[in-house]
Design a protein around this ligand. Sequence first.
Ligand code: KG4
Ligand code: ZN
Length: 325
Amino acid sequence: MILSIESSCDDSAIAITEIATKKLLFHKKISQELEHSVYGGVVPELAARLHAEALPKILEECKPYFDGLKAVAVTTTPGLSVTLVEGVIMAKAASIALNIPIIGVNHLIGHIYSLFIEKEAVFPLTVLLVSGGHTQVMEVKSLEEIKTVAKSMDDSFGESFDKVAKMMHLGYPGGPVIEKLAKEGDRKKYNFTVPLHQSPLIAFSYSGLKNSVRVALEGASESDYKDIAASFEHVAVAHIIQKLKKYFKEVPPKTFAIVGGASANLYLRSQIEELLKPHNAKLLLSELKYCSDNAAMIGRVGVEMYEKGLFSPLNALEICPKSVI
Ligand code: KG4
Ligand code: ZN
């Protein structure tokens, strides 16, 4: 069995995964959304303190599995440095106390493997990762062959929802609340410009759209919020669709997947489904409960890395806040 720990942002999560069957034997996540909500975003020091409280409580519940553990997998990159450290300290302590090796896991690869919880992995895949920290398209051939072909130059897709919700004083995280509000609104009411629509680049940018929403909100009343949310969501998704369309002209998709917390967005899912139809491409999605950050996906990668012997020496295990993929 693999013990896995996730603390890259605002979710404290631990899982136990059986190596041979990939079965998830235990998974618990304590989310900090409520605590950060009043600030309209994640406060790193508060997040670190809450991880320090939550992780030991969850680990206590894993005691019955300790005897059968073969390794501990922990998110080491990317994420907030002060929160990544909390998970890594716990992993190092578990490694020493239980005499098991450590596996350092890339959180983004974790999101890719959220597609394969309790399942065999299937590659090759074109993957769109949309989360609070990332908007990126990757060509994935295997665990070790992942090529990023497009990413955001500034804010991410999920982050732009968080910032728009903050401007409307709707708390954190912004994705679900903006999606709900958008359902009641008119997507065409505000004519926000699709980012980078004239640029030949296959890349993403959300800071300009966020600023356009800020300007629209200045002259708006609360009754306009639903139309602003709907128009914003429409353009945020249209941006992804436009860039994917361009990319698919070069590299037609065969199997496409959407992962990450914001992959829960139903409007995004439906627009991508439409985009894939003429290509006859298959769409893979993670189960809703594994879209946002969790330790099951870290454990799933842990199993793959364990089988390949990809361990990190205790002294060399370091966090890396910026993504290397
Ligand atoms: O993957 P995740 O849990 O954490 C990171 O790795 O960043 O993603 C969280 C992000 C937040 O920005 C949240 O607002 C966004 O995903 N999100 C959504 C939706 N649900 C969550 N964005 C748009 N629509 C949603 N339904
Ligand atoms: Zn994530």
